[in-house]
Ligand binder design. Structure first.
Ligand SMILES: Cc1ncc(COP(=O)(O)O)c(C=O)c1O
Length: 432
């Protein structure tokens, strides 16, 4: 059992004096991992494993917030990065790699006729929004899902400190798989909606015809449809969720797994909209940084050569079906549910009482980490997570669900916790 987090704890204390939160990313901070029962700093990764700074080894199911798809330190991708490193990371003019990668995106992604790169997913979603506003000469945005840290989006969440109230008037949210929610937003903002941006799928599969109906409604209202494929891209398939569900949006954004953890994102889409980038200011120093682009080309070469994404999906099916059986075995169906696509699946904490949910989720994290598994309840699978890794994960769940079941039956979950219960950051995707 892993119980020593001494170096992580000390570094968190030290780092917090000069780094707010002790890290750059909310989802990697002590707001999401229980202090006293989890690591906070990772030293290295290889394949499906990471080692924290106390030298504890974990199977990682978070995979750097789903940005790793082939596994950590993949030798083929590392080689591509190091070949490019020897030539230079960035230059005073564009590199030919930009064209090479763009051709691959145009080849594989149904809506992609032209391409522009960014670094984070938020760069791409924000650029797509600016593009849609310029194209339609309208301002209002309808959102569904998570789309990054910029004002236009984060204003719709509870983490909106520092965002001018005026910005809030330009974005509204609609519910997934609920066409009336979309239609009523269009009616409320009649003639003003520039774009609908949505994750084509996150927790729930789209109902039959839903995505196509969204597209039709957008076009009836002269609004641009943007699929945010930051997670689903290069995960559901080489052509993303738009290919998987056979609905082609006007624009789409990619990030995360595009370059197996190197910082790269992209906006792609219809030529008549994308050419506006000739004029719209979307321009930054590191836009064409070559290591990430070389990594992305190598990732796509790998995905083209071997049927890796189908294998990930099969492994994910095996995992989530057995997790479901374990939920039944331990009679936890009032508390836990499984959901999502096999390559990006979820254990949802579904008790109507948020205090019970928070305590149970904290206990789940406490107990999985103890047994060498790093997860926040999602399974962001990679090619390195083979059947034997998944069997280890399942045997850990077998034990942990046993603990959860005893805690629930005792009606005193907190007596099983060695730490304070966590509070959710915000509940964006859990929209039911
Ligand atoms: C669907 C989606 N869109 C956009 C983003 C923002 O990407 P980034 O954090 O790289 O800016 C994320 C990040 O989690 C995401 O999941």
């Amino acid at each position: 059992m892993i119980t020593n987090f001494k170096d992580s704890e000390q570094l968190l204390i030290n780092a917090s004096t000069i780094i707010p939160l002790g890290t750059q990313t909310f989802s990697k901070s002590y707001t999401q991992f229980p202090r006293g029962a989890s690591p906070f700093y990772i030293e290295r990764g290889e394949g499906p494993y990471v080692w924290d700074i106390d030298n504890n080894k974990y199977i990682d199911m978070i995979n750097s917030l789903a940005s790793i798809t082939l596994g950590y330190a993949d030798p083929f991708i590392n080689q591509a990065i190091s070949n490019q490193l020897a030539k230079g990371t960035i230059f005073s003019l564009a590199s030919p790699l930009e064209y090479e990668l763009s051709k691959k995106l145009v080849q594989h992604i149904p809506c992609a006729e032209m391409v522009r790169f960014g670094k984070n997913g938020s760069d791409a979603t924000s650029a797509a929004i600016r593009l849609a506003r310029a194209f339609t000469q309208k301002s209002h945005i309808l959102v569904c899902g998570y789309h990054g840290w910029h004002d236009w989006y984060i204003t719709t969440t509870t983490k909106d400190a520092g965002v001018p109230i005026e910005v809030n008037q330009l974005t509204s949210t609609f519910r997934y798989n609920d066409l009336n929610s979309l239609i009523s937003n269009f009616e409320k903002q009649k003639g003003k909606v520039a774009a609908v941006i949505m994750e084509p799928m996150n927790i729930h599969f789209p109902e039959a015809g839903y995505l196509q109906a969204v597209k039709n409604i957008c076009h009836e209202n002269d609004a641009v449809l943007i699929f945010d494929e930051t997670v689903t891209g290069f995960r559901y398939g080489l052509g993303g969720a738009q290919e998987y569900f056979d609905v082609t949006p006007d624009l789409a954004t990619f990030g995360k797994g595009l370059a197996n953890g190197m910082p790269l994102s992209a906006v792609v889409g219809k030529r008549e909209i994308m050419t506006l980038f000739e004029d719209i200011f979307c321009s930054f120093t590191f836009g064409g940084e070559t290591l990430s682009i070389a990594a992305a080309i190598a990732v796509i070469n790998q995905l083209e050569k071997e049927n890796i994404l189908a294998k990930i999906s099969n492994t994910g099916d095996y995992l989530i079906n057995r997790v479901k059986l374990l939920v039944d075995k331990y009679q936890l169906t009032d508390h836990l549910r499984t959901s999502g696509h096999p390559s990006w699946s979820f254990i949802l904490f579904c008790n109507p009482d948020p205090d019970i949910n928070n305590s149970l989720k904290t206990l789940f994290i406490q107990e999985t980490i103890k047994r060498g598994l790093l997860t926040l309840g999602s399974h962001n699978l990679t090619a390195a997570h083979d059947r034997s890794i998944i069997d280890t994960v399942l045997s850990i769940y077998d034990e942990v669900f046993g603990v959860l079941s005893r805690a629930v039956n005792s009606r005193n979950i907190s007596s099983y916790l060695t730490v304070e219960p966590l509070k959710p950051l915000f509940n964006i995707r859990n929209n039911d």
